[in-house]
Design a binder for this molecule. Sequence first.
Ligand SMILES: Cc1ncc(COP(=O)(O)O)c(C=O)c1O
Length: 416
Amino acid sequence: MSCAGHCTKVPRNSNMEKLQHGYLFPEIERHENMHLEKYPHANIIDLGIGDTTEPLPTMVTSSMVDFVRGLSTSKGYKGYGPEQGEQALRKAIADVYYKDLGIKPTEVFVSDGAQCDITRLQLLMGPNLKIAVQDPSFPAYIDSSVIIGQAGDFLDKVGKYKNIEYMKCGPQTNFFPELHKASRPELIFFCSPNNPTGHAATRKQLEQLVDFAKVNGSIIIYDSAYSAYITDDSPKSIFEIPGAREVAIEVSSFSKFAGFTGVRLGWTVVPEELLYSNGFPVVHDFNRIMCTCFNGASNIAQAGGLACLSPEGLRAVKSLINYYMENARILVNALASLGLTVYGGKNAPYVWVHFPGSKSWNVFAEILEKTHIITVPGSGFGPGGEEYIRVSAFGQRDSIIEASERLKYLLYQQKN
Ligand SMILES: Cc1ncc(COP(=O)(O)O)c(C=O)c1O
């Protein structure tokens, strides 16, 4: 690259140089903008990025409004809070989300979201580790791994970075990795229900995962951002599995659970029993990272989070989740009625659709061109996502119905 204007003497971080393209979701947005330039009057329906659309329950916003009003009074004003989160919220998360699982409030670290915690966990672990990810998986695990310096060069031919283990999780293996084929990663990123496939790992699968981590001495970073969408008896937390406290960290979020994608609130659980190879507790280092690299989540967001975890709040957020899951059902029915093989939509607000023999970016482009609907190409989640697209069930009901009709029309025409 040549220097057109004034160039500083600062070299570009070589890890940043390794990153491929843009981060997936801004890349999708770029395609949406190009499409709008071409068709300025198109009625675009966005079933792409997976952002929540429904208004927050009034009792949740009221609690934030009350808190904000208090900030303008001498009695209610609050400045910095504890870096680990307000005690009441840490306790509510432990009590409500991890009821009977023995998670202590001191093991819960409140944050500004799961994505930020994923990167802070990478900072905690450092560059000298080998990671494994589900393939396909949420792109933040791999991108943060590249940024921190754990990855080798990108291999164009296979669409993978060197030194990252891509554990294929497709329908042939019930969306679970063939662990006996995996090398011995130090860190395993595992997301359940998985984004993008929508698969919630079964208890038996998670027992195998915990066993594998124990035998290999690995740490699992378990992302349960969609656990509230589970409708069957799949575990909602890795800590439901005996022995997980010695091998796992759990990252989670209010984003999809309560529509807080813009408010920003999440948490990470680091059990006291999780130790490094020298016997030092990981929780002490994570505490240090939170104090140094973060300064506590917004106290306004935390007031809202606490309201979500009250009995009334839980009822209200559950009805939002049911709404999105009804959307998922409508999309699954529409796509399956055309004879397509459709996964997900049962334990997660994502529908994972197979287009055998097709490149997923081509399917994405054709759907956008012909129906003005944004989806996400499966290969954006790793080479294991090739031939698939992900359709998000987040959206207002009339858009979901309209999108289902447009997709049915396009795919019916293609078939006949
Ligand atoms: C699996 C998964 N983890 C984490 C996140 C990010 O969550 P947050 O909004 O809390 O940063 C997302 C967002 O889509 C996600 O799909």
